[in-house]
Design a protein around this ligand. Structure first.
Ligand SMILES: C[S@@+](CC[C@H](N)C(=O)[O-])C[C@H]1O[C@@H](n2cnc3c(N)ncnc32)[C@H](O)[C@@H]1O
Length: 386
């Protein structure tokens, strides 16, 4: 384990680089984040194939009808020191009054399916993550019950809306659609972030996560090269989520940092010496019960590629990233990316740094490319030998 003095020394050495200094100072100015996740309602206007919310029957925890109970929940979380809320559901755009209360009280981000527009008035600077699962045909099949072009509705509702970053859940068998989806979103005047489908309902075929996300990773990296001012995921985050590896650690319950602090089984995990978010809770729609983690009570991490959970995993493992300037840059840009996506701090000035962030991580893309070339060389040799 690295001592506090060694830690400070390496950080000061890396921060002689003015760009890294700028990122670091911005992050320090914001201070510690004490996050929770809230399902604001159990109701949804879609039934997406294999959505974890319905697969895990989280809709059985009904949202309180009583507004005073909702206000009490906000007061309770303020009292606990919560300062950041990820709002999910169910569909948050169906609960605008409650969404506004959260917006007026905390730093936050809302995830919506895009079918119903969150108005501008009253929600002027709200970070809105609009979900999409593929190009029009795939998205209609998976989210629109084969009938409704949900992606088209989202594009129309959020045309040129500066609040919006799309949250594109990619699937291993539909890599060829990524470029089209990304360019439509950018032409629509929005940013693009990525998420990765976990096939918890065992649908299989093109959405089977067991096929691996290697090709998806390379295509996302290509999108970063192509649109460095519009893509809100870094090559490092992309790599960690799709490989499930962080230095010598493998993704799973033992290392996940986003576990509710008031669930008995999680206490074992908190004792293992790996970092975790001591404040975190994932509230079910009843606002009273919590589940084990962002997704479920099952502690089944094999199918979890949750971007926020992986982002947190990187962010809390600062110590592991102090060994070299490259590692530190990976950590710092990841943390900055979280701030950008959540519009924490001086967003207007910070977003201008996005292309330089991607440029700093170009070595990761070159390395990946090099590995591809090597594989191609080996394949050629094998073919020649046959
Ligand atoms: C459960 S939804 C609730 C918010 C909102 N109704 C929506 O559709 O965005 C939250 C997020 O989880 C994503 N999601 C749902 N099931 C998933 C799965 N099996 N794998 C990966 N992401 C999933 C959705 O795409 C969405 O971005």
């Amino acid at each position: 384990m690295i001592s506090p003095i060694e830690m400070t020394n390496s950080i000061s050495q890396y921060l002689q680089d003015p760009f890294l200094r700028r990122l670091y100072d911005d992050i320090r100015a914001v201070g510690p984040i004490r996050p929770i996740q809230v399902d604001i309602t159990h109701v949804c206007n879609l039934r997406c194939d294999g959505c974890y919310f319905f697969s895990e029957q989280l809709d059985q925890h009904k949202a309180p009808k009583d507004e005073a109970m909702f206000d009490g929940f906000i007061a309770q979380e303020l009292g606990r020191g919560t300062n950041f809320v990820t709002v999910l559901g169910g569909e948050p755009s169906l609960m605008l009054g409650r969404l506004k209360k959260i917006y007026d009280t905390f730093s936050m981000i809302v995830v919506t399916n895009g079918v119903r527009r969150i108005p501008y008035e009253g929600f002027e600077t709200m970070p809105i993550a609009v979900s999409v699962w593929g190009d029009h045909a795939t998205d209609t099949r998976l989210r629109g019950n084969g009938k409704v072009d949900v992606f088209a509705k989202g594009l129309k509702n959020y045309k040129d809306d500066p609040r919006v970053t799309w949250y594109y859940t990619t699937t291993p068998g539909n890599v060829h659609e990524i470029e089209s989806v990304v360019s439509q979103i950018i032409d629509n005047g929005n940013y693009v972030g990525f998420n990765f489908y976990g096939d918890i309902a065992h649908i299989g075929g093109d959405v089977d996560h067991r096929r691996g996300f290697g090709q998806v990773r390379r295509e996302i990296d290509r999108m970063i090269e192509r649109y460095p001012d519009k893509i809100l995921i870094s090559s490092y985050i992309n790599q960690v989520i799709t490989t499930g590896k962080l230095f010598d650690d493998r993704w799973g319950f033992d290392v996940c940092c986003s576990l509710s602090n008031n669930i008995a089984k999680n206490q074992e995990r908190f004792q293992n010496g790996k970092p975790y978010l001591p404040h975190f809770r994932a509230y079910n729609p009843d606002l009273t019960t919590t589940r084990a983690c962002c997704r479920s009570d099952a502690w089944d991490c094999e199918n979890c590629y949750d971007s926020w959970a992986h982002l947190t995993w990187i962010m809390l493992n600062v110590e592991q990233h102090l060994g070299s300037k490259e590692d530190f840059t990976n950590w710092l840009t990841t943390t900055y990316m979280f701030h950008l996506a959540s519009r924490i701090g001086d967003y207007e000035s910070a977003i201008k740094l996005l292309p330089e962030i991607h440029r700093r991580l170009s070595y990761l893309r070159e390395r990946e490319h090099g590995a591809d070339d090597q594989l191609a060389d080996i394949a050629d040799l094998v073919l020649e030998a046959l």
